[in-house]
Structures are given as C-alpha cells and as structure tokens.
Design a protein around this ligand. Sequence first.
Ligand code: NAP
Length: 312
Amino acid sequence: MPMSWAYSASRQRGEESLRTVHRALDLGATLLDTADMYGPFTNELLVGRVLRERRSDAFVSTKVGLLVGEQHVVANGRPGYVRRACDASLRRLQTDVIDLYQLHRADPEVPVEETWGAMADLVRAGKVRALGLSAVGARGGRRSRGRLHDGTIRQLERVQQVFPVSAVQAELSVWSPEALESLLPWCAARGVGFLAAMPLGNGFLTGTLTPGQGFEPDDVRARHPRFTAEMMAANQPIVAGLRRVAARHGEHVTAAQVALAWTLAQGRHVVPVPGAKRERWVAENAGAAGLRLTAEDLAELGRLPAARGSWD
Ligand SMILES: NC(=O)c1ccc[n+]([C@@H]2O[C@H](COP(=O)([O-])OP(=O)(O)OC[C@H]3O[C@@H](n4cnc5c(N)ncnc54)[C@H](OP(=O)(O)O)[C@@H]3O)[C@@H](O)[C@H]2O)c1
C-alpha cells in the first residue's frame, strides 16, 4: 500500500517499488497483498508487472468493494460491480487467477450475503481461489475498546453461511492488539487465516519517526490521532520497549523486526503484511522471520503501556 496509496505521494518511486517487490520474493516472502483502490489501480498494475515474470513465486491477494472519488471513498458491493471489478483486477495483475479475493468493506446498501455470493461465484468460475474479509476497523476511542471487532464478527457469521471464509484481514500490532480479544480467536477456532495489517504501526513501531517531524497533507498520518507531535512523544515508551527486546537478541536486531516477530508469535495462522517501498526495509523486515521471541520478551511487550491518541 505505501508504494501507491495513503502515504506521501511525493515519496513514491515506481522503479524502486518494482525492485522492492522482486527483492521481497527473492528473500522468501510469498504473500503480495494489494487492493484495486490502492492508487487507485496503480498498485495492482505494479504487482502485475512482477507477476507476469514470476507468478509461481507469489501468493497474490487483492481486495474489492471500495471506490475512490475526488476526496472520498465509497463502498460498492453490488454483484454486477464485483464481477466487473474482478475481471479488471485480473487484467491489471496479469494473471488468470487471484489466490485470495478479499471484501475490503461491506457496502451498507447491499446485504453482505449478496456481495459474498457474487464473490463465491468467482471461485466457482476459477477466477479466484479463496475468499477473505477485511475488518470494518473504525477505531472509535476508549468507550468502544474491546468491542472494535464485534461488527466484523457479525459479518463473518453471516458470510460463512454462504461460502467459507479463508482469511480475515485486520490491524494487529504491538500498539493495536484489539484483534487478540475476539477476532483472532474466532479465526483460530475455524482454521481461518489472519492477515495482520499495519504490523509496524504505520511506521511508528520501527522507531525511525521523530515526534513533530510532520507529514505531508496527503499522508494519512497527517490526520491520525496517534501521529500528532504530542502523541508520538507520549507513545515513545512503546518504541523503547521494542528496542530493549531487540537489544537482547543482538546489536543488529531492530525494533521493526521485534514488532513483526510479535505478530508472528500470535499463532501459526497469523501472517503479517508490512508495507514498505524500499529494498532496505524489506530486507530488514524479512529478517524478522528468523527471530524467535522468548516468553520473557512476549511478557515484557505485553506489559507496555497502551497506545495513546489525541482522542483519549
Ligand atoms: N484491509 C485494510 O483495510 C488495510 C488497511 C491498511 C493497511 N492494510 C494492509 O497492510 C499493509 C501494511 O500497512 P501499512 O503499510 O499501512 O503500515 P505498516 O506496515 O505498519 O507500516 C508501513 C510504514 O512503515 C515503514 N517501514 C516499513 N518497514 C520499515 C523498516 N524496517 N524500518 C523503518 N520503516 C519501515 C514504511 O516506510 P516506506 O513507506 O518508506 O517504505 C511505511 O511508511 C498494507 O500494505 C496493506 O496491504 C490493509
């Protein structure tokens, strides 16, 4: 996603992104997670340039259901739209099958069973191998804590009646652990995979961002309640905790690697999907796969203070 969407467009570099995806595959990463709305469309085109050359090296997951307007994003879950969007994604991705097709957000105007039914037809047609659901995700502040994923679980129960869910995607990281309460157990109990989105806390957990550094207006962090100068300063104890654990594993181990190893430690069915547009970052992040956190490390990370946002 950061290669084409949500982060400062001025820092996006097509050729470097292409090299970065190849490097990730060379290093043994297999899952390429994209969405038709990233760009919009340009991220799928980028991934397609890689898949054209090495389709068998990658497991490709993309998403459907959100349309980008001038200054807004709207859901579209109508069956006819889903069918057309899938054909368009297949063309952009330069492949004849998508390994995992995810509903990005359910459309409030369309019963989710109808959207999911259209997606199931795509599996039967051989255009898609499996279906996934991306969590509703709206973070509502303290009052709703612990109930963040209730809406997603209700949707999952409904779509399961129509066609099996193979994977759920939702935010999961050291500073956003809410999915551990109910969503991850829901997946584990049913053999459903879990894609941990934003496992690096939009970059914060890597310790490379400085409080008050500022973000360009098109960067989501310019409006994110945890990325004001005050909150970035208030959340430094979380980065310090990741660094303490990293130091126990060697001088070259980084906070980013510990953050990713923490998500990997949450279960065999959990797959982190870190976003990165630089080769250097993917090389570092791939190193997390070899990092085994001890029970002591996990306990220490579990005791870190809850993240603060300007809404608190
Ligand atoms: N389903 C959904 O609704 C949803 C929502 C959000 C995200 N996602 C998925 O989750 C993926 C990851 O989310 P994300 O990219 O927003 O957040 P993230 O992975 O938590 O963080 C990405 C940021 O971290 C930086 N970074 C990566 N590795 C680094 C390292 N080793 N050291 C220092 N900085 C590093 C990247 O910098 P550069 O940009 O400079 O490389 C980027 O700014 C997305 O690509 C997408 O597939 C899904």
